[in-house]
Design a protein around this ligand. Structure first.
Ligand code: ADP
Length: 169
């Protein structure tokens, strides 16, 4: 049975097969978790991203992790929250689904997600957490993953995830 965990901390430090980065559609770096991952992975990550030619919202693309403990980075482009009437929930679910598929194709056994879109993109945290956990559950078996970590940076997000996972068990 695959394990779903909540960890509070910095995703760049996690020694898992893949970490997910909340990116913008240019994939050329930004603030928040994106900037932290680029700083920790080194300049080669930006060079690899330049070759990807961007990524549409709701999807994700893979690169190596370079100087990170993680072997892979999956660059997921979450939606900007725009009132909730612009397909934001489906686009966010698409990011999680696409990363689960990338885990399968890259044979990752462990993967960590940040709370995509809940920072600069302002997706409501609780709703985003529910979408994240539900979508990961739906694709867990097909992904081949043994371990999925929801890496939360702040206390309220950590508590939401703990509550959502406790309800599902
Ligand atoms: P977005 O543009 O998708 O909203 P952000 O990077 O602004 O992306 O925020 C996404 C989430 O990542 C937020 O909950 C933020 O607190 C969190 N975050 C920021 N830095 C880190 C980090 N180093 N590790 C894990 N999570 C982080």
């Amino acid at each position: 049975m695959a394990q779903l965990e909540v960890v509070r901390g910095d995703i760049t430090r996690l020694a898992v097969d893949a970490i997910v980065k909340a990116a913008n559609s240019s994939l050329l770096g930004g603030g928040g978790v994106d900037g932290a991952i680029h700083r920790a992975a080194g300049k080669e990550l930006l060079r690899a991203c330049e070759k990807l030619g961007g990524c549409p919202t709701g999807l994700a693309k893979a690169t190596p992790g370079f100087n990170l403990p993680a072997k892979w980075v999956f660059h997921a482009v979450g939606p900007v929250w725009n009132g909730g009437t612009h397909n934001e929930p489906d686009l966010l679910a698409g990011c999680y689904r696409c990363c689960m598929e990338l885990a399968r194709t890259h044979k990752a056994k462990s993967m960590a997600f940040p709370a995509i879109s809940t920072g600069i993109y302002h997706f409501p945290r609780q709703q985003a957490g529910e979408i994240a956990v539900r979508t990961v559950h739906e694709h867990l078996q097909a992904s081949g993953l043994d371990r999925v970590i929801f890496c939360c940076f702040d206390k309220p997000t950590t508590q939401f995830y703990e509550e959502i996972l406790a309800l599902g068990n």
